[in-house]
Write a protein that binds this ligand. Structure first.
Ligand code: SF4
Ligand code: SF4
Length: 305
């Protein structure tokens, strides 16, 4: 099969991204993730399935969607519409009829070729500022042929590629992507397998094994750590993290991503509950201490805001 015709499921392609690797980038966000992190700021990325999103701040309560839904899945409430997700068949009638785009779908199928067309639009920017294309998620290892296809087209066109992964996937999937990846953003969440499972739904065994594979490849890698107060920010866990990184991939810098609530409203849009509503952000004092521990191992450490 022509690899440019391979289809993937995505929930966004973001141009002019400055947080997903060096320079100005276009980030292709694939849908579907084997982890279920409670702090996930892209809850629409977790399921592979298409999902109906409702943005109540855009809704003018005109009632059109209530009238057109063939399954009686929408009713009008005091604060906007109420969607019965059991009844919804994802037919898309309400999405088409809502002129204010308060109802949208997360999740579309797209070919490698079509995704690359968007990536290629900003090639001049990449060439000027050392940017490129990042594939993120969701989890890229769940759609390795699609992601490798985009990266292959990038390589053939002189565009830098960054593979942003949680590290959980088959060795075969990882190798497919490694073949065309110029760098990795590799997430580590917790060093204790039991705690890892409590926070994400799975232990960290395969993630650490796959990190060794990436390290052996010599592909430049940045370790990224979402820092969640009360979960993985203890001296003990940060020390274990630094030791592990030093042992497996000694030249990789660590990029800390302090917990934020930016994704909380997205849970509401999907009709889901956000479990960490009460969690306070990381204090400056704690952040400084974490950076100090990591640097004491001779590891470069940066904090993303
Ligand atoms: S059609 Fe759109 S604006 Fe009108 S009630 Fe439905 S969601 Fe709100
Ligand atoms: S997608 Fe279709 S079934 Fe679902 S709420 Fe909208 S109109 Fe109803």
């Amino acid at each position: 099969m022509d690899y440019t015709k391979i289809e993937g499921t995505i929930f966004n392609i973001q141009r002019y991204s400055i947080d997903d690797g060096p320079g100005v980038r276009t980030t292709v966000f694939v849908k579907g993730c084997p982890l279920k992190c409670k702090w996930c700021s892209n809850p629409e990325s977790q399921s592979m399935e298409k999902q109906l999103r409702y943005r109540f701040t855009s809704c003018k309560k005109c009632g059109t969607c209530v009238k057109v839904c063939p399954n009686g899945a929408i009713t009008m409430g005091e604060d906007g519409v109420i969607i019965d997700r059991e009844k919804c068949q994802l037919c898309g009638t309400c999405v088409k009829k809502c002129l204010l785009e308060a109802l949208t779908f997360a999740g579309e199928k797209i070919t490698v070729e079509k995704a690359f067309k968007t990536v290629r639009r900003d090639k001049d920017y990449y060439d000027q500022g050392g940017g490129g294309c990042t594939c993120s998620g969701g989890e890229i290892l769940m759609q390795p042929d699609f992601v490798a296809g985009i990266f292959r087209m990038c390589r053939e066109n002189g565009i830098h590629t960054n593979a942003d992964t949680c590290g959980l996937g088959s060795r075969e999937a990882l190798e497919k992507i490694m073949k065309y990846a110029d760098m990795f953003y590799y997430d580590l969440k917790h060093m204790d397998p039991v705690e890892h499972e409590k926070g994400t739904g799975v232990d960290n065994k395969v993630i650490l094994e796959n990190l060794k594979v990436v390290a052996e490849s010599g592909i430049p890698t940045v370790i990224r750590v979402p820092v969640i107060p009360g979960y993985n920010d203890s001296d003990e866990n940060i020390t274990a993290l630094a030791k592990t990184v030093k042992e497996i991939i000694p030249h990789a810098p660590i990029n800390l991503l302090p917990y934020h609530k930016y994704g909380a409203s997205k849970y509401k849009m999907l009709g889901k509950e956000y479990e960490l509503e009460e969690l306070e952000p990381l204090s400056q004092e704690r952040e400084n201490r974490i950076v100090e521990i990591i640097k004491s191992f001779g590891i470069e450490c940066k904090v993303s805001k």
